[in-house]
Write a protein that binds this ligand. Sequence first.
Ligand code: NI
Length: 266
Amino acid sequence: MMHHRWVLPDGTPSNAREIFLSRWSAAASAAGLVCDHLGTVDGHALELFGHPQCAGKGVRLLITAGFHGEEPAGPWGLLQWLQTQGGDWQQRFAGRADIRLIPLVNATGFQMGRRFNDRGENPNRGFNLAIDPTRPSAEGALLIQHASLLREASRDGVLSCHEDIAADAAYVYTLESQAQPSARSQALVATLERYLPRHEDGLVDHCPVHDGIVFNQLDGSFEAWLFREGARYGACLETPGRQAIATRIAAQAGMIESFVQNALEI
Ligand code: NI
């Protein structure tokens, strides 16, 4: 299995898990977020963050990152977005949005710059055994144990932050209960294009991509699972590993903001 690592502009290696977690913890504290401990996998906590004053009011959004360990711009991008909220979280979102964050699903893969976890499992598969017999990973099984919490948290949308490390250009997967991508999906792509080239029309991972969107691909992924469970909207970001890490992180943070802002307007 290949190991992938980039160096952030401040010299931090992209797989520096303890540095990531300590910066995350500081940013979460500054925003007033508290942590819900979902469980532990091989000694690593799987944690869900939210703001206690925002719980249960307004649109419910779930944003996750770090399913695949060789896709570091997801977690770092979510951190960058959280840092830009600073102490304004409650003022901006109270009564309007209950946003929950899972910053790092696959802790062991992240540290190694490796796609799968230490057990050799894919944390983003096993959520739909009817179409794909792959069993859930240890992390996936833990998330499935918290199905009712996650279903409620993602009621108005679920976003998962990934990368395509072999790609030169960016795209998104979106899941919607309509025949064509909505304005919400178009806005994600418009944001992506402010940072990165958009993937040309054709195929990615055997799926048709059109205008930067792979549409309604109901696979065994986490986001497809929650969409089937009733989330009104699902999306998965794919930034290209062959572009600069700082640009990928900024693109992730920008698209997260687009996802949130568009949900506030629905
Ligand atoms: Ni991925």
